[in-house]
Design a protein around this ligand. Structure first.
Ligand code: SPV
Ligand code: MG
Length: 551
């Protein structure tokens, strides 16, 4: 009886080589399934198989070439790397004849180990080989000594002691008898092969069963029942076979399915009939691990910008521009051929902010800027900004920008805002105080006035008010109507909205009241000072000025 592998230490996960060795050496019957690329390998692992057969037939077929070493060994290894990267179970490569002599075998083993491939099976035929089921009896066998040298060379070059070399006997395929198969098996076993694979093209299992009996467990035994597939598995178990290879069933399943779908779509010129027959696109994404990338993007990419949602408040008509807003809201007024909202959206997109929600009200149906999601505040005539914001609440993202839709600003303001630290950051123009402005400005009172000689001052917002002079003191500038909220800040905002919604005056509240409420609650709102370079469009004069800021 062959030696049983060292006991499993369940506390430590075995590496792939050790897993394969265990599959071969453990006395119970195990199964490995063919795969031929990354996605099929993943599917095999998900189905619960403990190992993968990287079939030469299937790998060459997926490249669209013959199983005659037409694909180079490096092309095989390249595909194996994809398969290995996406799986945690061992891969046994069908290494044909080892792609050359002992020297090629040494290099193959080295390259396989580098890609975390757990073992290789080599067959005693000549390079370039032909698939065993094509004119098998006309195929010449390798010289025994030469083949033993190849096994030894492979074993001597492995660095992981559990890397496995399986020696595959083609004697029965090539029309030799059991005694030739035994003679060779003995020699390959003595040369150091970890297991013997006895191959047969017979439609009955008699040949392999006779071999198994004669072999008597001198080393682990592997079979490929492609031709004698109707044999009950219990027969293999009884014969003390260690490993069964289901050698080509993933590529055959894929081919059958692809042929049926292609024929149907060609004939019917529609997708209606096949949509339910194919895997949903979502399933492809899942198998590719798309969710992991979304998570990783949050952690590593663009300081979380991909994760930032812009909420644009655009429900109002724009009273001071009544003549121009008969049939569209202010945000759809064209400036140099593009609606204001479009200019805003372009700025977001430039900075990789692609999740843009517009809260519309007046003439909401006319808002059609690509790349935006429009939701409607139906009560826009009788409610204020917070009511509009609350309409978007159920679709709030993790991090947000909240701003008025009639804002125009130079891109650097958004860029600096995204970089500015703080759970909530308000943009305050420190020179706007000195200018006459249209509309009804929101004055910002801050912990420190803007120091023109400093960049990145740590400043807190204290209050936002409609008057330039309050009990808090002289205002430090004008809040431009733009807030940035990181994850925690966004949660504070949601909580504040929920609280304020309980108040009778909620419908008249705007963003300044929300900021003041948050400050009262002890939440810190940081200030990013800017000096001009922005505008909110309230009048025709503003539209003229806006044209200059368009870019
Ligand atoms: C393969 O899967 O490529 C094999 C097994 O070598 S068989 O095609 O059955 O010979
Ligand atoms: Mg093969």
């Amino acid at each position: 009886m062959h030696q049983i592998f060292t006991p499993i230490n369940t506390a430590t996960k075995l590496n792939k080589c050790a897993q394969l060795r265990l599959l071969l050496e453990s006395p119970q019957l195990d199964f490995i399934m063919e795969a031929h690329n990354g996605i099929s390998a993943r599917i095999v692992e998900e189905a619960g198989f403990k190992g993968i057969w990287a079939s030469g037939l299937a790998l060459s077929a997926q490249y669209g070439v013959r199983d005659n070493n037409e694909a180079s060994w490096t092309q095989v290894v390249e595909m194996l790397e994809f398969m290995s990267d996406v799986t945690s179970i061992p891969i046994l490569l069908d290494g044909d004849t080892g792609y050359g002599n002992f020297n090629n075998m040494r290099r193959l083993v080295k390259k396989l180990e580098q890609r975390d491939i757990a073992g290789v099976c080599i067959e005693d035929k000549l390079f370039p080989k032909t698939n065993s089921f094509i004119n098998g009896s006309r195929q010449a066998l390798a010289d025994i000594d030469e083949f033993c040298g190849k096994i030894k060379a492979g074993k001597d070059s492995q660095t992981d002691r559990n890397f496995c070399i399986v020696a595959r006997l083609e004697a029965l395929i090539a029309g030799w008898d059991l005694s030739e198969a035994m003679r060779r098996a003995e020699a390959y076993h003595a040369a150091g092969a970890n297991a013997i694979l006895i191959h047969s093209k017979s439609s009955r299992p008699d040949q392999v069963l006779a071999f198994a009996k004669e072999w008597g467990g001198r080393s682990p035994l592997v079979i490929i029942p492609t031709k004698y597939y109707s044999t009950p598995t219990a027969v293999f178990r009884k014969a003390e076979v260690n490993l069964v290879i289901w050698a080509n069933h993933m590529i055959r399943a894929a081919v059958a399915s692809m042929q049926a779908i292609a024929r149907e779509v060609k004939a019917s010129e529609t997708l209606i009939n096949i949509e339910d027959e194919v895997a949903p696109v979502k399933e492809i994404f899942r198998l590719q691990g798309a969710d992991e990338l979304i998570e990783a993007e949050k952690r590593y990419f663009n300081n979380g910008r991909q994760n930032t949602q812009a909420i644009v408040l655009a429900a109002s008509r724009g009273q001071e521009l009544a003549g121009l807003t008969q049939d569209k809201p202010k945000v759809m007024l064209p400036l140099g051929g593009k609606p204001l909202l479009r200019l805003l959206v372009d700025k977001f997109k430039k900075l990789a902010i692609n999740d843009i929600t517009v809260v519309a009200g007046y003439k909401a149906e006319t808002i059609n800027v690509p790349g935006t999601k429009v939701i409607c505040n139906p009560d826009y005539e009788t409610t204020g900004e917070l009511a509009s914001l609350a309409v978007a609440q159920t679709s709030f993202g993790d991090e947000m920008l909240v701003l008025y839709g009639d804002l125009l600003f130079r891109s650097y303001i958004l860029h600096d805002l995204l970089e500015c630290p703080g759970e909530i950051v308000a943009v305050v123009d420190s020179v706007a105080n000195s200018k006459s402005v249209s509309g009804s400005p929101d004055y910002a009172y801050c912990s420190i006035p803007d120091d023109l000689s400093l960049f990145g001052q740590d400043v807190n917002l204290l209050d936002i008010s409609k008057t330039a002079q309050t009990q808090v003191g002289k205002s430090s500038g004008r809040w431009i109507g733009m807030l940035r909220l990181r994850s925690q800040g966004r949660q504070w905002l949601s909580e504040a909205l929920n609280e304020l919604q309980k108040r009778p005056e909620f419908n008249s509240l705007g963003l300044p009241e929300l900021c003041n409420y948050l400050i009262e609650q002890g939440k810190s709102i940081k200030v990013l000072y800017i000096r001009g370079n922005w505008l909110d469009v309230n009048s025709l004069d503003d539209l003229d000025l806006a044209f200059q800021l368009k870019q």
